[in-house]
Design a protein around this ligand. Structure first.
Ligand code: ADP
Ligand code: ADP
Length: 230
C-alpha cells in the first residue's frame, strides 16, 4: 500500500565544506515497490546513509520530494524503522534482551501478556531463545545485532531501513544473519531498503540494486534486476 517515491531529490548540509558543489545528493529518482527488497549500493561516502536518513525522515531534502504512497514523508513515521550498523549504540545497556525487544511495545501501551507473546516470537525468529534475561554487555556483536533486529521487527513497521546492518560482523555471523534476514523478509513481506558497499552482499540479498555514483551530486545512475540467489 505504500511504495517509496523519490523525485529529483537533492541534499546539501549547511556546514558543508565542498564550496564548489555543495550537494551531497542531486537529482535522485527512485521508486521502491511494496514488499520489495531493494539494495542501495555504492562506494563509502557517496551518500547512501544520507539517502536512507531522508527516507527515514530524520533529515529533510534540500530540493525535490519524497513520498510514501501519496503522503509526503514526515519525521519519525511509525511505518518505518531503521536498523543501524552498530547495535552497540542503539540498545539500552540497562535493559535485558527481552526488555529491549519489548521497549517499543511498552511505549505503545501493549499489555504485559501480549508483549511477552510478541517478544517471544521475534526473539525466536532471530535465534535468541534462551538469552532473554541477558544484558547487552553479555552478548557478542552478532547477538546484539539480532536483538536490534528483533526489536525493530516487534514494532511491525511496513518498511525496514537497514544501514550496513551486518558490516561490523565477522564473515560467518554475517552469512547467517543474511540468510535469516531473507527468511524473515519472505515470512513477513516487508519492504526493505538495504544499504551496503559490498557487491557480494548486494547480489546475495537484493531483488533490485540501485547503484549510486561517488559524490558530489551523487545520484542513482543504474538499477539492476537480480536473479534471486535463494
Ligand atoms: P555513505 O553512507 O555512502 O558512506 P554518507 O551519506 O554517510 O555516505 O555521507 C556522504 C557524504 O556526506 C560524506 O562526504 C559525508 O561526510 C557527508 N555528510 C553526511 N552527513 C553529513 C552532515 N550531517 N553534515 C555534513 N556532511 C555530511
Ligand atoms: P556510514 O559509513 O554508514 O556512512 P558514518 O559513520 O559515515 O556511517 O555516518 C554515520 C552518520 O553520521 C550518518 O547518519 C551520517 O549522515 C552522519 N555523518 C556522516 N558524516 C558526517 C559529517 N561530516 N558531519 C555530520 N554528520 C555526518
Amino acid at each position: 500500500p505504500c511504495p517509496i517515491r523519490i523525485e529529483k531529490v537533492g541534499k546539501t548540509f549547511d556546514n558543508s565544506l565542498q564550496a564548489e558543489s555543495p550537494y551531497i545528493l542531486r537529482g535522485v529518482d527512485l521508486v521502491v515497490n511494496t514488499g520489495e527488497f531493494f539494495i542501495l549500493l555504492g562506494p563509502s561516502g557517496c551518500g547512501k546513509s544520507t539517502l536512507l536518513n531522508l527516507i527515514a525522515g530524520f533529515i529533510n531534502p534540500s530540493e525535490g520530494i519524497l513520498r510514501l504512497g501519496e503522503q509526503k514523508i514526515e519525521k519519525h513515521g511509525k511505518e518505518r524503522a531503521m536498523v543501524f550498523q552498530n547495535a552497540e549504540s542503539s540498545l539500552f545497556p540497562w535493559l535485558s534482551v527481552r526488555e529491549n525487544v519489548e521497549f517499543g511495545l511498552r511505549m505503545k501501551g501493549i499489555p504485559h501478556k501480549e508483549r511477552q507473546r510478541i517478544s517471544d516470537q521475534y526473539i525466536g525468529m532471530v535465534g535468541l531463545t534462551g538469552h532473554e534475561h541477558k544484558f547487552p554487555q553479555e552478548l557478542s556483536g552478532g547477538m546484539k545485532q539480532r536483538v536490534q533486529l528483533a526489536r525493530v521487527l516487534a514494532n511491525d513497521p511496513a518498511i525496514l531501513l537497514m544501514d550496513e546492518p551486518f558490516g561490523a560482523l565477522d564473515a560467518m555471523t554475517r552469512r547467517s544473519m543474511q540468510k535469516e534476514l531473507v527468511r524473515i523478509w519472505q515470512q513477513t513481506v516487508k519492504t526493505i531498503v538495504f544499504v551496503t558497499h559490498d557487491i557480494q552482499e548486494a547480489l546475495l540479498l537484493g531483488q533490485r540494486i540501485g547503484i549510486m555514483s561517488l559524490g558530489p551530486n551523487s545520484r542513482i545512475t543504474d538499477i539492476y534486476d537480480v536473479p534471486l540467489a535463494y
